[in-house]
Design a protein around this ligand. Structure first.
Ligand code: UD1
Length: 363
């Protein structure tokens, strides 16, 4: 049995790290595997620092796809990945998440009669303006095996006609990674470049923002930043800025309050070091909605919808949209003591990757 594990963009790296650990335990049980990095993300802070932090071995193939329009980026990944599949002749290609690399590699594999396993399958925002929604839907249409993080994903797949026997509710590999890294962080004395910032503020909110729908249009980004500047009058915000957002902020000449502490993109561990002790999180990321639910940290998601509804139904997540008034009123409710008591969803126990690999090895 030969498996190719694909990763391309920042949120993929956290998802493959526990799968790599589980694959290592099984290597030799009639199992060979290799890692393909598509190069969708390529800056040190967006890519290599994650491989280092998360102890992922150097990829066997780096496709150097780089940035570009969706078509350019997807096409470059497809061309590079086809060569890898021709050479490696895998039995299964494992893709994670919902980025362009996920779609590109699943399509290539399926057309070469290679089985496709999708980790984090079935999530739906029902918002076709999100490129990730298209990536999720296309990938799930052609995948053979579906590993899901929550029941809503299973029901979505059943509604779309998938066979129940190929849908496996295994838990959440993002959360496997979170627990593993948190455990390490709590048991070692590491140096963090952001420890000065953390000490300076004591109480703070942790902020991330990068969705095209929030940052690519000046009036929308301005409106969000006005709300953030208001919040920062009451409590400082620490904000590692994604390259897309940095580009837009510079283009639009948007000004942040001095109480919003801007940082370059952080490694996973630096980010976790700040996240774990934050009073609350403001974000439009998918992963942070889940990580805050697992950690019991209040999360305000600056989006109108989520493909991860369990974080709202069961966890600490609140959808606050992108309009200033709603963001501010939700924050003030929180300040006045209205807090959600979240619970950790079923099977978010740190063992999802083991379940996935055990299934693949037995296939
Ligand atoms: C991608 C994913 C998104 C994910 C996000 C996490 C898709 C469609 N989107 O969005 O789902 O939440 O990654 O970060 O796959 N850039 C750099 N250095 C890099 C990478 C990108 O400077 O290493 C800049 C480039 O200007 C590039 C822009 O960021 O044009 C956007 O990068 P891209 O990979 O197209 O999309 P993301 O916004 O990062």
């Amino acid at each position: 049995m030969k498996i190719i594990l694909v990763a391309g963009a920042r949120p993929n790296f956290m998802k493959i790290a526990p799968i790599v650990r589980a694959l290592k335990w099984h290597t030799g049980d009639n199992l060979e595997w290799c890692i393909v990095h598509t190069g969708q993300h390529y800056d040190y802070e967006m890519s290599q620092s994650f491989f280092k932090d998360l102890e992922i071995p150097e990829p066997d193939y780096f496709l150097e796809a780089g940035s570009g329009s969706h078509a350019t980026q997807t096409a470059k990944i497809m061309i590079g990945f086809e060569d890898v599949c021709l050479k490696e002749k895998p039995n299964i290609v494992v893709v994670v998440g919902d980025v362009n690399s996920t779609l590109a590699c699943s399509v290539v594999a399926k057309k070469m009669f290679i089985q496709v396993a999708h980790v984090e399958a079935g999530l739906r925002s029902f918002d076709m303006d999100m490129p990730e929604e298209i990536n999720r839907m296309v990938t799930d249409t052609i995948s053979d095996y579906f590993f899901v993080t929550e029941k809503s994903a299973k029901y979505n797949l059943i509604r779309e006609g998938k066979d129940l026997k190929n849908i496996h509710h295994v838990g959440n590999v993002m959360i496997d990674n979170l627990y593993h890294q948190l455990n390490k962080l709590n048991n070692e004395n590491s140096y963090f470049s952001v420890s000065g910032v953390k000490k300076k503020f004591m109480n703070y909110g942790f902020l991330t923002l990068h969705r095209p729908s929030n940052v690519d249009e000046k009036s929308i980004l301005n409106n969000i930043v006005e709300a953030l500047n208001e919040i920062a009058k009451e409590i400082p915000l620490i904000f590692p800025v994604h390259p897309r957002t940095k580009k837009m902020v510079d283009n639009f000449g948007i000004q942040f309050s001095r109480n919003i502490y801007l940082l370059p993109p952080l490694s996973f561990r630096e980010s976790l070091y700040l996240l774990k002790d934050a009073d609350f999180v403001l974000t439009d990321s998918g992963g942070l909605q889940e990580e805050t639910t697992a950690l019991g940290i209040p999360c305000f998601t600056i989006r109108e919808n989520t493909e991860r509804p369990i974080t709202v139904e069961m966890g600490t997540n609140i959808l606050v949209g992108y309009k200033k008034e709603k963001i501010l009123s939700s924050f003030h409710n929180f300040k006045n003591g209205q807090r959600k008591k979240g619970k950790v969803p079923e099977l978010w126990d740190g063992k999802a990757a083991e379940r996935i690999v055990e299934f693949l090895v037995a296939t």
